[in-house]
Design a protein around this ligand. Sequence first.
Ligand SMILES: N[C@@H](CCC(=O)N[C@@H](CS)C(=O)NCC(=O)O)C(=O)O
Length: 336
Amino acid sequence: MKINTNTIRPLLKNNYYAFANIPDSILAESILRTFSLQKGEKIIIGGSSDVADQLCLVKGQIKVEDNTTIIQIDTDNTQPFLFPILPETLSISALDDSVFCHIDSQKLHTTNNVIELELILFAACPYGQRILITLLYNNQPHKLTIIEPGNLPDWFEQVSPLGNVPILRVENETTIFESSVINDYLNQIAANSLLPENPLHRAKCCSWIEFCSTCLGSFIGMISAKTEIAFTEVRDNFLKNLQILEQQVDENGPYFIGEQFTLVDSSYAPLFLRMHHLSEIIDFYKPEELPKIKNWSEKLLALEAVQNSTVGDFSKLFRTFIQKRGQGSYISKLCK
Ligand SMILES: N[C@@H](CCC(=O)N[C@@H](CS)C(=O)NCC(=O)O)C(=O)O
């Protein structure tokens, strides 16, 4: 039997994920071997191997002391756990025995089914960036191909059915487009889910991801507005949308729904980054009037996955984007 996410998932309840899709080449490295626990949930992990003493939790309080130790995790840490070393066999079970999974890494060694992913985007595109953040946050191996608008490579027409970016090429054979659909797909194949398990909570997240595209639309509208009057009109509309969003952000944060980083966060981070850079050109809003968004945005922009999701000097890239996208616009004249 091949062990991969699909075979393991039915064995594991709720948010429990185990080692999935690990090719030999990365078996010794500490990626993808993650799973998450809900706050306060308990599981038992039993490792069995002479390397098990190196099995430890990077984020968490415990480690396997020897090759037979059964350990109990009782954590309020909702972050994924990362296993640097995979023991030969590993059992994971819930305290009430409702979940059990036994993994034999010999089988994993023979499994080489990492899905080959290639993300194709424009460097300045916020929709592409939200996908890259998801990939980086989840440590999903991928190839990144950056192309330039107005200078598209010959092969692009063959792989992008609508001529748009971002697109995701899967196994160099299938193209998926629409950033929210791509993020949803990536989430389904990832070891660690970035959406709540509860269908209603999940749907609510997807609604606010959709709303992000509305906000991005009016943000681009601000950049393209030809006159100051037109700019002010679009800006007011944009700020109305932010007021609506402000009401939805979790009171305590740090993320949109609270402690868990979700696809809502990877979707809004590119917008917040652009708002930050537009503020350097024009004082277009007062962050203190949107305190929850202010804290949320600061948290997101400080994340490694967000900081690593842009290429080169983003401030310069953003200004060049404004010059090209908003040719002759009110903002483009301000940032000359
Ligand atoms: N709804 C799409 C929007 C994608 C989009 O607007 N892409 C822009 C670049 S940021 C694009 O490809 N425009 C065509 C072009 O510039 O040639 C998504 O979420 O992926």
